[in-house]
Ligand binder design. Structure first.
Ligand SMILES: Cc1cc2nc3c(=O)[nH]c(=O)nc-3n(C[C@H](O)[C@H](O)[C@H](O)COP(=O)(O)OP(=O)(O)OC[C@H]3O[C@@H](n4cnc5c(N)ncnc54)[C@H](O)[C@@H]3O)c2cc1C
Length: 321
């Protein structure tokens, strides 16, 4: 049986990097809008987690395209930068979302299967995944950093809390690594296929790829192309670059927000940060409590019509714990 050296590579092989370098060495003239800041990372792999990445493969539109669509203009539609930023802020503040749907981006993402299961819930996008029915998956699996090895949170049933101790952490990593390595070794055994495509054991037929893969664990990496418009990308980021999202998908959302969105559409990114990421939503009752407090009243939760959980969140938002 062939045994691949496990889980030691970076996100790209030298051959994959060479393909990217070749793409980046070519350039084409176009009349379409381009964004030099985004072009500077086009095709490159932005690393995420231990073996994952995000690559921008293609894009359409820029901040000016949002403005152009909002003004339904014949030309670029932009005025002074201050006016354009003001218009984009207005659109964002008032949930006038359709101009943002005029921009699109296509990404190549390499991510653990358990992250992919969360990501794929975002239906307003187009997706094509690597076929493990057709191809053999690589021996690459996610192992969390020490900092991420935490116990179940006592406050949030859907999250992690305090760091676990050193001995337990060492054992956790040992279990994760050993199980993944064993699963991959069995995957190879079931396939019975060497790197040259020939059977390793000539007496066995080997199991079809579409079946052999089912024994792999959720931390193995998969890959896909994902195309989304700017409006739905920001919706994804609002949910997944948020503290409530699981760390591993947040790692991808953070790279998208910080390294892609800001390069691609800096004005939109700035409005998004202000009116979405850094903003809070108040219920009607919460707003009433804040109004009364601002008027100098001592307000108690009892009688406010607000649940203890919402009250805690509201007080934390205004630094009134
Ligand atoms: C912190 C967190 C915890 C979560 N926990 C769970 C969980 O425990 N279990 C679980 O199953 N999921 C969970 N999810 C997934 C969540 O419920 C959503 O499925 C996911 O965030 C995608 O959001 P979306 O539907 O708004 O996005 P998209 O699918 O991209 O849709 C965008 C918008 O389009 C509209 N839309 C899309 N499809 C439809 C439709 N069929 N009908 C009507 N409107 C539609 C909606 O307005 C929607 O908001 C969690 C998500 C987060 C961020």
């Amino acid at each position: 049986m062939t045994t691949v050296e496990a889980n030691v590579s970076g996100p790209l092989t030298p051959e994959q990097q060479a393909e990217i370098d070749a793409l980046r060495a070519e350039s084409r003239a176009t009349l379409r809008a381009t964004v030099p800041e985004l072009e500077s990372i086009l095709f490159e792999a932005l690393p995420v987690l231990d073996h994952g990445f995000i690559r921008v493969v293609d894009y359409m539109g820029d901040d000016a395209a949002v403005v152009q669509a909002a003004r339904v203009s014949y030309g670029r539609g932009t005025k002074r930068a201050r006016d354009d930023q003001g218009l984009i802020n207005y659109l964002m503040r008032n949930w006038h979302t359709s101009p943002f749907e005029m921009c699109e981006i296509k990404l190549h993402v390499k991510l653990p299967i358990f992250v992919a299961r969360q990501w794929v819930r975002h239906r307003m996008a187009n997706l094509n995944e690597y076929s493990a029915r057709y191809s053999i998956l690589d021996n690459e699996f996610y192992l969390p950093d020490r900092e991420q090895l935490r116990a179940q949170s006592t406050e949030n049933r859907q999250g992690r809390g305090d760091l676990i101790g050193d001995d337990e952490a060492a054992r956790v990593l040992e279990v994760l690594r050993e199980d993944a390595l064993r699963a991959y070794a069995h995957y190879e055994e079931l396939l019975n296929e060497g790197a040259d495509g020939e059977p390793v054991d000539a007496d066995r037929q080997g199991l079809a790829r579409e079946l052999a893969r089912m024994n792999l664990s959720l931390n193995f990496y998969t890959q896909w192309y994902w195309k989304v418009d700017l409006h739905n990308l920001m919706h994804f980021l609002r949910l997944r670059a948020d503290a409530h999202a699981q760390y591993e998908i947040r790692a991808y959302a953070d790279v998208l927000a910080e390294q892609v969105l800001k390069r691609w559409v800096p004005m939109t990114a700035s409005a998004f940060e202000n009116y979405r990421l850094g903003a809070v939503q108040l219920s009607a009752r919460g707003l009433e409590v804040v109004r009364r407090m601002l008027a100098g009243e001592q307000v108690a939760r009892e009688g406010s019509g607000i649940s203890p959980a919402e009250w805690r969140e509201l007080m934390a938002t205004f630094g009134r714990e």
